[in-house]
Design a protein around this ligand. Structure first.
Ligand SMILES: [Ca+2]
Ligand SMILES: [Ca+2]
Length: 79
């Protein structure tokens, strides 16, 4: 985690906020599916949902910024 500079974190935060369409500081499943479609256009909806469930570590139905940051640092690996 500490490997990221403030500028990098700010950039990731921008991505997060861009996809957080309803601005509740969580990426819900439908928001994540949209993000995933852009990152991995050939991936199926099932893959996106599987990824969502993996990234939502605390299982509260949304990806918060900490969860997002962790995932981002794994280079979007989920499967
Ligand atoms: Ca949201
Ligand atoms: Ca969560």
């Amino acid at each position: 985690m500490s490997k990221l500079s403030d500028a990098e974190i700010a950039e990731i935060r921008d991505h997060f906020e861009f996809f957080d369409r309803n601005h509740n500081d969580l990426l819900e499943e439908r928001e994540f599916v949209e993000l995933f479609k852009i990152l991995a256009p050939s991936a199926s909806r099932e893959m996106a949902i599987r990824g969502f469930n993996t990234i939502d570590i605390d299982g509260n139905g949304g990806i918060d910024f900490d969860e997002f940051l962790e995932w981002w640092q794994m280079n979007w690996t989920v499967f």
